[in-house]
Design a protein around this ligand. Structure first.
Ligand code: ADQ
Length: 458
């Protein structure tokens, strides 16, 4: 069996369950082959030289973790700059939030080149290489330029935007051409695949060989969707473990007269968090029977606080939540509980189980794993209802959720009301179908499907 090499911007220790489903699933595959995981160490060296960073290696069981430091200039232009102020907003259709500062691209290229240079001597001839996410799009092209012949696959965790949005990035052609250095490009959804093929047809004069194999820019690549899943068995186990049960019971006792609605996200402008509060306000307004009863709990973990768009979002959200509470709150009832913090992973299933409605309302999302976690945490005899944005990648699979348009405040309020009123038999039927699909396409399926396709590609 070939050794697996995983490359991602950040690493997680695959032996720690707190690392989450993805790290655990990749860790399993790495452990099977005695693999290598490579990425940024998380350390920023204030006075380092651009394009240079110290390499550290350590063993975690059978897996070698190899990491490189970044100097301040590289970190700011590669990570904050090009990755999170150009690619993240544009790939989530937010051209208005992109900062096309011309200096970022040099740092992005420099770090990808450095990663390739540092990784190359660690590689063996029969390695299979799996690169993750938008930080590392040009990595294979850099490796190929240095003579790397190994099989290389790429998985994009965020959406692939439609061609005319992509074309707003000054280096769009270079980015898309870079993807043709991979043997396999994996995307989250069929919509993403169609955006990719439309781009190469329009801008790269593609000559499609067959359904999955695309030829353009003088090279051929296999492009396929692999919707990422969660570790269903692990999440089920967490749901029944003492911490989650305690959280569930506390919530049930605390809110015994109330109906809970839950949102859990990173505080990111792609997640549609203000839109959710507006819809909740509309619910209280249009359906007054929910006043003094429905309580929206929103747990939004801090993320990229030092990028301006995130500070603005935080301010907007605090204003919206304060206004709902001020206008509708009673001495013994606050409609919105907004917590700007991460909750411990082992408590997440308890919160999900206590909520009658799970609100997952991104404006754009590659997949959204919270939607799947919410469903898996439910009591099958008395399940809650998932209200899911049609703009999450997960909506292609989770058809039995109540699909909503987060830009349509009234429509979303109506769907939340429908969820709150849904009869038990209908809730059970929808939950059963959702569970079957989430179980069939879990994170182990995803990993195997991708790696099998990578073996077959090329
Ligand atoms: P993310 O944008 O980070 O991932 P998501 O898929 O929702 O989004 O995963 C977030 C994970 O973090 C979930 O496991 C969730 O439980 C946890 N989490 C989020 N907020 C939390 C909080 N406040 N407290 C505790 N835990 C929290 C990117 C893409 C997604 C894609 C994933 C995987 O943007 O579209 O689904 O990668 O490919």
């Amino acid at each position: 069996m070939s050794r697996l090499v995983v490359i991602s911007n950040r690493l997680a220790d695959p032996r720690k369950p707190a690392a989450g489903g993805l790290a655990v699933a990749l860790g399993e595959a790495l452990n099977q082959t005695g693999g290598l995981w490579f990425g940024w160490s998380g350390t920023v060296v204030e006075d380092g030289t651009p394009g240079e960073g110290e390499l550290h290696t350590r063993q975690a069981g059978a897996v070698t973790l190899a990491t490189v430091d970044l100097c301040r200039e590289d970190h700011d232009s590669y990570y904050h700059g090009y990755s999170n102020s150009v690619l993240w907003p544009v790939f989530h259709y937010r051209l208005d939030l992109a900062d096309f500062n011309a200096s970022y691209i040099a740092g992005y290229r420099r770090v990808n080149q450095m990663f390739a240079r540092k990784l190359l001597p660690l590689l063996r001839d029969d390695d299979v290489i799996w690169v993750h996410d938008y930080h590392l799009i040009p990595l294979a092209a850099e490796l190929r330029a240095m003579g790397c012949k190994q099989r290389i696959g790429f998985f994009l965790h965020i959406p692939m935007p439609p061609p005319l949005i992509m074309a707003a990035i000054p280096q769009h052609e270079w980015l898309m051409r870079s993807l043709f250095a991979y043997d396999l490009v994996g995307l989250q959804s069929e919509a993403d695949v169609s955006h990719f093929t439309r781009y190469v047809r329009n801008e790269g004069s593609a000559e499609e060989v067959d359904e999955k194999r695309v030829r353009a820019f003088g090279a051929t690549v296999v492009v396929q969707s692999f919707p990422i899943g969660i570790d269903v068995d692990e999440f089920t186990r967490l749901t029944h473990a003492p911490d989650a049960v305690e959280t569930y019971e506390n919530m049930r006792d605390e809110y015994s007269r109330r109906r809970l609605l839950l949102g859990i996200d990173r505080l990111d402008y792609s997640k549609g968090i203000p839109q959710r509060v507006r819809a909740f306000r509309e619910l209280l307004d249009r359906y007054p029977e929910n006043r003094d009863s429905a309580t929206l709990i929103m747990i939004a973990s801090p993320t990229r606080d030092d990028v301006n768009a995130y500070a603005d979002l935080r301010q907007e959200l605090e204003g919206l939540c304060g206004a709902v509470n001020g206008d509708y709150g009673e001495l013994d009832w606050m409609p919105v509980r907004y917590i700007h913090r991460m909750v411990a992973r082992k408590r997440v299933p308890g919160l999900c189980r206590a909520a009658a409605v799970g609100l997952v309302t991104p404006l754009r999302d590659g997949m959204n794993l919270v939607a799947k976690e919410y469903v898996v945490a439910q009591d099958p005899d008395d399940p809650g209802v998932l209200v899911l944005s049609r703009f999450a990648g997960a909506a292609e699979q989770l058809k039995e959720a109540l699909l909503v348009n987060p830009y349509d405040t009234q429509g979303m309020a109506d769907s939340i009301q429908q969820a709150l009123q849904m009869p038990l038999v209908e809730r059970q039927a929808r939950h059963q179908k959702l569970m079957a699909r989430i179980r069939e396409h879990d994170v182990h399926w995803w990993r195997k499907a991708f790696l099998d396709a990578l073996q077959a590609a090329g």
